[in-house]
Design a protein around this ligand. Structure first.
Ligand code: ADP
Ligand code: MG
Length: 678
């Protein structure tokens, strides 16, 4: 005798229900989607005990007629599609016709509904999947679905539910997503009798974000809106100071449906790669509108994951939209003396001042600094005129006309500081290269001839050559470099051999010299790629760098881009023999830079969704760090001036390629507020 049974209808339903309904949040998801598909613009969700004992969703949608009520709770009963062809152009959230049947089979369900053309409404009652009856009821247009005692008839599933609060949180998270996906619908969430939130339904996404995540989050957002190749990307992304330790704040909606997508996440994160640290994640509320025929939403029963027929198209659209917005809209970070924004009390000020006043034994470290401050004459300060001047920055030795050296000039004042350079608490720090004690007022450090005089140090195959063996750059002036507008400024000094203080207009910029230099190199090398003619410096003795197989292959694959950046090289087996380097690079930086580029390129190749431009750019900014000046090292005034001018002139230089801020801005008003003058 055969052993295969055709399952009882109710058992089959229970099994199917498991796919759609596994916890209260998934019930709420299905009910909310039905309300939205019914055209509602006002929806209230109410749950008790995490939804396990009670869930109610009320909408003002088109309602369900008396005839349709018993059909709605049957499996594969839907009004949303009619044939297989309709699957290609789904614009509703539901289409499987499974949800109500699934929910009905695992709970006590009541559906109260009235259509506009009916005088009265009707209530359908069902328990454990069987319809108990339909009765007439007076009610408003729309539908109310009440689900009670979820999984009472499936104790095994009940066991898997988490604590009430956890289930409530999952419900809340889902309702939030729906609210974000539809700012044109007013959505109210009530948990155990308390209103959690209510959105206005005024169609403004910003207002929904404000209601859900608060003012502080909302004000640190950048709007994005761009159409390309039939893909419309719009919404908000977090400013670089609005970042998280995980991806929980990444909300993506395809055609107003909340989805999870590795492609979209990757595109977003790539776009931020030069703006935020690599171990942090950007926030986003991003809508992607695309022809439904290009998206397959049928791949996951809970419809959270989608498949794009052209992943690359979506990747590029998201990447370029977010990247453009970041590049054009970000502001220089404000320096927040008092992060909470409230005023510091006078008592607090006293505490801080006291810590600087020498104690009687005179041993406190700060004493030295105070004495120094007392000895140092305050330089006469002439306020610069406010009109910006054009400075041809190609000529490194020319002092820009906007720059006035105060008396005594800052070079000398800066290096007469009696403090010994020390390690700083930042990502890059090394022992100072020069001994400060040898620097006296009469002997300021020899200024750099030019910021990047090549002084090659051959590695591996060749004997080290003296500096003079290296040829001079082919040209000091980079080809076709634009003229930069440098606002008037005054370098006040440098703290800890790391942070340069610059006064310009009504603000003081505090510039991290390593971060700034890193960004400058990155921008220049990137710029080389766009230029037709790149000026390189030729090395008399080639530098050989031994690599792994994969790295050498990656270098040969990206040979064109590398050569356009300013490198010239030959590859012998695993050895890359460099003969020319970009003019921007100091020789010390060449080997670590090429090694980093090779490593990064080797990691990136084989990733089909990410374009080669992006892989190369990423490799370039990782590598720029290696060639930048280090904090804690002494650099002469010319060099600092060179860095400051570029930070002031190039608007893009706000974050280093690794996403750390390059400069903080403190306005005159901030000073006045801190000193209680306003
Ligand atoms: P699906 O949403 O996939 O069509 P469901 O089982 O969720 O399947 O719903 C079955 C049908 O019941 C829907 O197609 C719709 O016609 C009707 N329906 C369900 N909820 C509502 C509602 N809130 N307002 C109006 N009609 C509804
Ligand atoms: Mg549905």
């Amino acid at each position: 005798m055969g052993i295969i049974n055709v399952l009882d209808f109710s058992v089959a339903n229970l099994i199917a229900a498991g796919e759609v309904v596994d916890r209260p949040a998934s019930v709420i998801k299905e009910l909310l989607e039905n309300s939205i598909d019914a055209g509602a613009d006002d929806i209230t969700v109410e749950i008790k005990r995490g939804g396990i004992t009670f869930m109610r969703v009320t909408d003002n949608g088109k309602g369900i007629s008396k005839e349709d009520l018993p059909i709605a709770v049957k499996r594969h009963a839907t009004s949303k599609i009619h044939n297989a062809g309709d699957l290609d152009s789904i614009l509703t959230l539901g289409f499987r016709g499974e949800a109500l049947a699934a929910i009905a089979s695992v709970s006590k369900l009541r559906i109260m509904s009235k259509t506009a053309d009916s005088e009265v409404g009707h209530i359908l009652e069902s328990e454990g999947g069987s319809v108990k009856g339909i009765i007439e009821a007076g009610c408003a247009n729309g539908t109310t679905v009440i689900v009670e005692n979820l999984f009472e008839n499936v104790p095994a599933r009940l066991k898997f539910l988490k604590k009430d609060v956890t289930e409530a949180m999952a419900v809340s998270a889902y309702v939030e997503k729906i609210a974000l996906s539809r700012p044109d619908i007013s959505i109210k969430l009530i948990i155990d009798g308390n209103m959690k939130f209510m959105t206005s339904g005024d169609s403004k996404l910003y207002n929904v974000i404000y209601v859900l995540f608060g003012r502080d989050f909302a004000k640190r957002l950048i709007p994005v809106d761009n159409r390309s190749d039939g893909v419309h990307v719009f919404g908000y992304v977090g400013a670089p100071d609005n970042i998280r330790a995980n991806r929980n704040f990444q909300n993506f909606f395809i055609n107003h449906r909340f989805i999870k997508s590795k492609t979209v996440s990757a595109a977003l994160e790539q776009a931020y790669s030069a703006f935020i640290p690599s171990d942090k994640f950007p926030c986003a509320i991003l809508n992607i509108d695309i022809n439904p025929a290009l998206v397959d939403v049928n791949v996951h029963p809970a419809k959270l994951e989608v498949k794009f027929s052209n992943e690359k198209l979506v990747f590029e659209a998201v990447y370029s939209t977010v990247r453009q917005a970041l590049e054009s809209k970000i502001q220089r970070p404000e320096f927040n003396i008092n992060p909470k924004g409230d005023r510091i009390s006078a008592a607090d000020y006293m505490k801080r001042l006291n810590s600087f006043i020498p104690v009687s034994d005179g041993k406190r470290e700060k004493t030295e600094q105070l004495e120094f401050a007392a000895r140092t004459p305050i330089p006469e300060y002439r306020r610069p005129e406010s009109t910006p001047v054009v400075s041809p920055m190609q000529n490194e030795s020319a002092v820009p006309s906007g720059y006035r050296s105060p008396e005594p000039n800052f070079e000398r004042a800066e290096y007469s500081a009696p403090v010994t350079p020390h390690k700083c608490d930042a990502a890059v720090h090394d022992e100072p290269k020069a001994d400060v004690s040898s620097l006296t007022e009469n002997e300021p450090p020899a200024p750099f001839e030019a910021p990047f005089v090549p002084s090659s140090q051959p590695v591996t195959r060749h004997e080290p050559e003296p500096k003079s063996a290296v040829s001079a750059p082919k040209s000091e002036i980079a080809d076709g470099e634009p003229e930069y507008i440098v606002p008037e400024y005054r370098i006040i000094g440098e703290a800890f051999y790391s942070y340069v203080f610059v006064e310009t207009g009504d603000s003081v910029l505090i510039i991290d010299k390593h971060a700034a230099h890193e960004r400058i190199i990155f921008e220049q090398l990137k710029n080389n790629l766009k230029k037709k003619k790149v000026i390189s410096q030729m090395l008399l003795v080639p530098i050989d760098v031994v690599m792994t197989d994969a790295e050498a292959v990656a270098i040969s694959e990206y040979a064109d881009e590398l050569k356009q950046t300013g490198f010239e090289f030959e590859i012998y087996g695993n050895t890359v023999s460099i003969t020319e380097t970009p003019i921007e690079l100091d020789s010390d930086g060449v080997v670590p830079m090429i090694q980093t580029i090779a490593g990064r390129l080797a990691d990136g190749t084989g990733n089909v969704t990410v374009s080669r431009d992006i892989i190369y750019e990423k490799a370039l900014f990782q590598a720029s760090c290696k060639a930048a000046v280090k904090i804690g090292h002494i650099h002469d005034a010319e060099h600092l001036k060179w860095i400051c001018e570029r930070v002031l002139a190039l608007d893009i230089i706000k974050f280093c390629p690794h996403g750390r801020p390059v400069a903080f801005e403190l306005t005159k008003h901030d000073f006045e507020r801190q000193f209680k003058r306003v």
